[in-house]
Design a protein around this ligand. Structure first.
Ligand code: AMP
Length: 216
């Protein structure tokens, strides 16, 4: 059992936020709120929001702060978040962090810990471009670091695996640039609030163990 349950996972694309979240969720009843997943679902469903977001996502650019914060607000307001939650990929700008604070105040909650996944660029690019995921259940694999048992097939549901279009080398590089420009300032933002802790482990098992240790 962990005592810190309202969490933000912060880190560049490919740093392992989703993998870390899935590892933690196997043992803790937290709600996983990935703004990337929510946006991809909007794109898949062809909603107006999805159509507008798709253009930005394809280029690796950020969706406007107010839109993403609105999505998070409606998700955080649901009662299943009372046992704790992982915000994965949100906030990504200082403005989003400020909007999040307003939302949390309204629903009387606060963030217990921000985990910064601190991984070097060359590893990030390698991981992003080798990342594949299941079309059906969304499980994430990596051709180099975390391959499925059978090539290109999900261990859980036997479905084909695919590469996200924004994980191509060119877009992955753009997304890293966006991270350094817009998201990196959040490290100092949360450090100054004394709730930031870093994780550098690469292996999934080590990472989950480290998370448990830090969230005590
Ligand atoms: P992710 O799966 O977290 O890497 O997100 C994929 C894409 O969705 C990003 O490259 C952005 O275009 C968009 N996105 C996800 N989360 C956010 C956010 N918090 N703010 C703005 N755009 C986001």
């Amino acid at each position: 059992m962990i005592s810190k349950k309202n969490l933000i996972f912060l880190g560049a694309p490919g740093a392992g936020k989703g993998t870390g979240a899935n590892g933690l969720l196997e043992r803790e009843p937290l709600v996983h709120i990935s703004t990337g997943d929510i946006l991809r679902a909007e794109v898949k469903n062809g909603t107006e929001l999805g159509k507008n977001a798709a253009l930005l996502m394809e280029k690796g650019e950020l969706v406007p702060d107010e839109i993403v914060a609105g999505m998070v607000k409606s998700r955080l307001g649901r009662h299943d978040c009372d046992n704790g939650f992982i915000l994965d990929g949100f906030p990504r700008t200082i403005k989003q962090a400020e909007l999040l604070e307003e939302v949390l105040k309204e629903i009387n909650k606060e963030i217990d810990a921000v985990i910064y996944f601190d991984i070097e660029d060359d590893i990030l690019l390698k991981r992003l471009t080798a990342r594949i995921s299941c079309k059906k259940c969304g499980r994430i694999y990596n051709k180099l670091f975390l391959p499925p048992k059978k090539e290109n097939t999900c261990d859980d549901c036997n479905e084909d695996l695919f590469q996200r279009p924004d994980d191509s080398l060119e877009t992955a590089k753009d997304r890293l640039e966006v991270f350094y420009e817009s998201t990196q300032p959040l490290i100092n933002y949360y450090r100054s609030k004394n709730i930031l802790t870093s994780i550098t482990e690469v292996e999934r098992d080590d990472m989950v163990a480290a998370l448990f240790k830090k969230l005590g």
